[in-house]
Design a protein around this ligand. Structure first.
Ligand code: MEV
Length: 441
């Protein structure tokens, strides 16, 4: 048990851990190597979280050639997984001359919840909706002023009985429009202010009869089913002729629809299929400083909205031979607030995207998800994903073996038609190093 750890400075924390783990100063070399050379930038990053000892670097990549609603984008992606960026870039390029991605946003409303116990001797809170709404709106006049000036709003008050939890358990759900910010802090501040106001109102209105009232908790809901974006790609099936060697366009499209239909009915496939969508989505969400846990949790909950977890995307071929692949997904994100402007790389990402507003960013994110999904399913029905994966995998193994440029080129040629494994690559490198020593003798 360590007491008061959070109160220590960074070096003191490091010393404390060194004592506890018997680390030498050199054990920290790697951590220190990734400290930012500019003190001010490191201080900024330290401020994002708690107990920060260093920075955990991930690759910052771009996928060019995305055409979304007739506008070209170079999309920033942060991911540790090889092939994700290559796959998204391939799909972007492929759809570029097929009119690209068509995207729409069907809503941007978020929800907050105040959970409370209602006094048993009072009639339902539904009977006091007008008074409660008036009082709660009044309580947030100053907290919400800025947001309202920017075009935001609060409304749509709904009481929900949760008597399966406890007989007098209720929830007040409130809708929030937070414009270009995700609005998590704003919504939570409003909810806490409103919960206090509700408590004061009930005591003042019902005096002793209000005994039993209790605010259980108030928090935004990440289930943002009214904050949704749609993305689609479409072309005549004949455009797929030859996309897979020796396969005509209609056959390709039918195999593709079949693959997506499997993910509609089979949860084991659906989770992997949707993971492929989030390969794209989460990479852009991270690159723009947004909350990937929020986007992923609502995405998966939405995928299970019918009571069964299904694919987030659907594919079909119309009677007149048009292939349509589409995605409809909730996501609450922002282009202002949070880390979006504070994190220098997130700010750069938004600049690279042309400083989009929130609805434009939602479209960009959804298009990247659909692109990743298209590339993955195409690879799966066209002979598997390993061929593509292995090139980067091989490259990583060669770096780990400190291979020279010449050794790398030789290995790439050698493994072009062979199975890549760490053992096989090490043996191959050992062999060519032994041979070159022999030649040098
Ligand atoms: C790997 O990160 C993602 C895939 O498994 C997605 C899919 O199977 O559709 C290739």
């Amino acid at each position: 048990m360590i007491n008061g750890f959070s109160k220590l400075g960074k070096i003191e924390k490091i010393n404390k851990i060194s004592d506890l783990r018997s680390f030498n100063p050199e054990d920290w070399d790697e951590v220190k190597r990734f400290w930012h050379r500019e003190h001010a930038t490191q201080e900024l990053i330290d401020g994002f979280s708690e107990n920060v000892l260093g920075n955990f670097i991930l690759p910052y990549s771009v996928a060019p050639n995305f055409l979304i609603n007739s506008k070209e984008y170079i999309i920033p992606m942060v991911t540790e997984e090889s092939s994700v960026v290559a796959a998204a870039s391939w799909a972007a390029r492929y759809w570029f001359d097929k009119d690209g991605f068509k995207c729409t946003v069907s809503g941007t409303k978020k929800n907050g919840q105040i959970h409370f116990l209602w006094p048993a001797n009072l009639s339902d809170p539904n009977n006091y909706t007008t008074e409660i709404e008036e009082c709660l709106m009044q309580s947030v006049t100053s907290v919400a002023q800025n947001m309202i000036n920017r075009g935001g709003s609060i409304g749509d008050f709904r009481f929900k009985k949760l008597d399966t939890v406890e007989p007098y358990a209720w929830c007040l759900e409130i809708g929030f429009e937070t414009v270009d910010s995700m609005g998590a802090n704003f919504i939570n501040s409003c909810l806490e202010t409103m919960a206090n106001a509700l408590e004061i109102w009930i005591k003042k209105t019902f005096n002793d009869k209000s005994n039993g009232f209790l605010v259980v908790m108030c928090i935004l809901s990440n289930y943002t089913d009214d904050c949704r974006v749609q993305a689609s790609i479409s072309c005549p099936v004949s455009a797929f002729d030859g996309l897979i060697d020796g396969v005509d366009g209609l056959t390709f499209a039918k195999r593709f629809v079949h693959a997506v239909d499997i993910a509609r009915v089979d949860v084991f496939r659906a989770v992997t299929h949707n993971k492929g969508i989030f390969n794209g989505i989460s990479s852009v969400i991270l690159a723009t400083g947004n909350d990937f846990r929020a986007v992923e949790s609502v995405g998966h909950a939405w995928a299970a909205r019918s009571g069964k977890y299904r694919s987030l995307s659907t594919a079909e071929i119309s009677n007149d031979g048009i292939f349509l692949f589409s995605l409809d997904i909730p996501m609450a994100i922002g282009t202002i607030g949070g880390l979006t402007k504070l994190h220098p790389m997130a700010a750069f990402s938004l600049k690279l995207l042309g400083n989009p507003n929130v609805t434009e960013l939602m479209k960009i994110v959804a298009a990247t998800g659909l692109a990743s999904n298209f590339a993955a399913v195409k690879a799966l029905i066209g002979g598997g994903i390993q061929k593509g994966h292995m090139k980067l995998h091989l490259s990583n193994m060669l770096s780990a073996l400190n291979a020279t440029e010449l050794e790398k080129n030789m290995a790439f040629r050698f493994f072009v038609d062979k199975t890549v494994s760490y053992l096989a690559v090490r043996e191959y490198i050992d062999k060519i190093r032994a041979n070159s020593e022999l030649m040098n003798e």
